[in-house]
Design a protein around this ligand. Structure first.
Ligand SMILES: Cc1cc2nc3c(=O)[nH]c(=O)nc-3n(C[C@H](O)[C@H](O)[C@H](O)COP(=O)(O)O)c2cc1C
Ligand code: SF4
Length: 605
């Protein structure tokens, strides 16, 4: 068996897990504003249980309402009022032979450190952990998890940067030990309590890995039944990694805190079964697949059935993080339009011939869904993957190719898809006599300047390598995502200046990803000029207007690369039938919009 370790059982305390795969807490914002569970919330976890995972740890829940609420839509487990809802969730997950835990979370009232907490307050908070654990126990949860990483309250007690107390709580492990002891005393030690532990703060003067190992030893000794090796106070980027991060990059954290008498988990960008199996062979007892199972809830069953080529891998586009952290709305997924719905695609009653024109993410998703509904689908395709091909070229964007591979593999499984390669022609589309057409013809570069020969180039030529530069001084006109990524691509071998009209570059991009990109550009010496309007372009120079002070500036350069985004390309519609225009062909946006619109159109057509 290729993935032997992944499918070995293991015990956490006395609770047996059927395999080594955990779905970790990923806050969804699917609960209500007053902390109640919704059908959407329950279905989300039920669906992941159905997909074969051994243990689900429900996202952070509030144990001290309202002052220690961590997120606007955080579910509550602080009162018996919520018991029935939790019971329902547990029942629905247990149906699939999955075990279920819940992450008890306290944000410490957002205090910077724990120095100001009175002894009485600490006692009161400890009581809240016990109450929450008791509700979880009564609801039938198999265990609970204490969130002691990511700057939450127990993390702040553990870290020397945030705990300088002189009383017994100044013994930094005491708070976490006491939580374990009190839950054990109340519910018995047969009810496992696990900990998501900051084994490295990733911050100067904080918990380092030696200290993390010491803390892990103490907490295992104190009775915690599993330790999740995670990250503490430091930058968000380390725990909500942008696309560029390598698979399994932080599994060394689990390795370094071993050996321990209890199981240790590894987390972070584990996307393929090969990497997961290797981590289990060398570094950890269990693997934690977060966004991996958001993108594809059937990951585990697909691996078990050796259909791993059909996995829809998380590409790291950070749409889920943008929704949760930047917008505080229900999470969404760039590649899985079914997050939050978890609906089954039903066979269509009436069989139709459907044309899908364009094979970028919108067209490919539309093709998949229309085929799943049993239609005869004709996919008109110029370049399989569409703009994903060019978007995957800049540094750190390689994972976008995973989405192309997914569609290539999954579409092969349908005998009712006919692919027509080549230019899109109305005549060829009409010839199949479609009942409906989904137009997913994408976008083309938007070029607002006249092209001065041997001086001005459009970004697609650069990324595709038609034009190559080395040791040149180049101005990239346009500081949106495409401009920044083109600049990043060129910056390895050239001196780059980005010129942008707006006040900032990469606006609207998820914060962690944006910061990562800007840091990378700065590290490569890229100059960023915002609030600059292009006035004129001549051979060897560009003239700008500083919209802040109205002054003109002249920049000498060898070339100007235009990367001012795209404009919809929608060459025609077919008369007399229903037409759906989706993705960039409708309005230039992101993968998440393309996939969702392709999905919706194919459901409707
Ligand atoms: C949208 C989102 C919400 C998250 N919410 C939580 C949370 O509630 N509690 C928590 O401990 N970690 C949370 N995490 C972190 C994940 O549990 C996980 O550690 C992280 O995503 C890295 O694993 P992955 O690469 O498999 O996703 C969240 C991550 C994401 C992407
Ligand atoms: S939204 Fe993007 S980062 Fe989040 S799970 Fe989906 S593919 Fe991964």
């Amino acid at each position: 068996m290729k993935y032997k370790k992944l499918f070995e059982s293991i015990e956490i305390g006395d609770v047996e897990l059927k395999n080594r795969i955990i779905f970790p807490p990923i806050s969804t914002n699917f609960a209500t504003l007053d902390g109640h569970l919704t059908e959407k919330y329950i279905r989300h976890y039920e669906r992941r249980a159905k997909g074969g995972v051994a243990l689900i740890i429900v996202e952070n829940v509030c144990i001290d309402f309202p002052l220690a609420r961590h997120g606007k839509f955080e579910a509550r487990i602080d009162s018996a009022e919520f018991l029935q809802e939790w019971k329902e969730l547990v029942k629905r997950v247990h149906k699939y032979d999955a075990k279920i835990s819940v992450e008890l979370t306290h944000d410490g009232y957002m205090e910077k450190n724990v120095n100001g907490f009175s002894a009485d307050k600490i006692e009161e908070i400890l009581g809240k952990y016990v109450t929450a654990a008791e509700i979880a126990f009564k609801a039938g949860f198999d265990m609970v998890e204490i969130q002691a990483a990511h700057s939450l309250l127990p993390n702040k007690f553990l870290s020397p940067l945030t705990n300088q107390r002189n009383d017994k709580w100044g013994n930094r492990t005491e708070f976490a030990i006491e939580i374990r002891k009190r839950i054990g005393n109340k519910l018995g030690y047969n009810f496992p309590v696990t900990v998501r532990l900051a084994v490295d703060d990733f911050k100067e003067g904080g918990i380092d890995l030696n200290e993390g190992k010491r803390i892990a030893d103490i907490l295992a000794e104190a009775g915690y039944d599993m330790i999740q090796a995670d990250i503490g106070l430091g930058p968000k980027e380390k725990r909500l990694e942008p696309m560029a991060y390598e698979q399994g990059w932080r599994s060394y954290l689990a390795e370094k805190i071993r050996p321990l008498p209890v199981p240790v988990t590894a987390v972070g960008v584990i996307r393929t079964p090969e990497i997961a199996e290797k981590i289990l062979e060398e570094k950890a007892d269990l693997v934690v697949l977060g966004r991996t199972l958001i993108a594809d809830p059937d990951w585990v069953n697909k691996v078990k059935e050796r259909k791993e080529h059909l996995i829809r891998k998380c590409i790291g586009c950070s749409e889920c993080i943008k929704a949760r952290h930047d917008e505080d709305v229900a999470i969404r997924c760039g590649v899985n339009p079914n997050v939050g719905n978890e609906e089954e695609i039903a066979e269509a009653k009436e069989k139709k011939v459907v044309a899908v024109v364009g094979c970028g993410p919108a067209g490919l998703e539309a093709t998949r869904i229309a085929a799943e509904r049993g239609y005869e689908v004709h996919l008109f395709c110029k370049e399989f993957g569409g703009q994903l091909n060019i978007a995957s070229i800049p540094p750190g964007k390689e994972k976008l190719r995973w989405l192309i591979d997914y569609y290539r593999n999954v579409l092969k499984g349908y005998s009712n898809i006919i692919i027509h390669e080549g230019e899109y022609r109305r005549k060829s589309i009409m010839a199949i006599e479609p009942a409906g057409a989904i137009m997913a013809t994408g976008a083309e570069p938007f070029v607002p300047f006249s092209i001065v020969e041997d001086m001005v180039y459009v970004y697609d030529k650069i990324l595709y390598g038609t034009i190559k530069f080395k040791n040149k001084s180049i101005v990239v006109a346009g500081g949106g995502l495409v401009g920044c990524e083109t600049a990043n691509f060129l910056a390895k071998n050239n001196k780059i200046t980005i010129v942008e009209m707006l006040e900032e570059i990469a606006p609207g991009v998820e914060t962690v990803t944006r910061n990562h990109l800007i840091n990378e550009l700065k590290e490569k010496g890229t100059k960023i000029m915002t609030k600059r309007k292009v006035i004129d372009i001549k051979k060897g120079e560009i003239i700008l207007e500083n919209t802040g002070n109205g002054q003109r500036e002249k920049i000498k350069c060898d070339a100007i690369v235009v990367a001012t985004g795209g404009k919809p390309h929608n060459p025609f519609i077919i008369d007399g039938i229903s037409n759906y225009v989706v993705g960039d062909a409708k309005e230039v946006r992101k993968i998440v919009d393309a996939v969702r619109e392709g999905y919706m159109a194919a459901k409707e057509v």
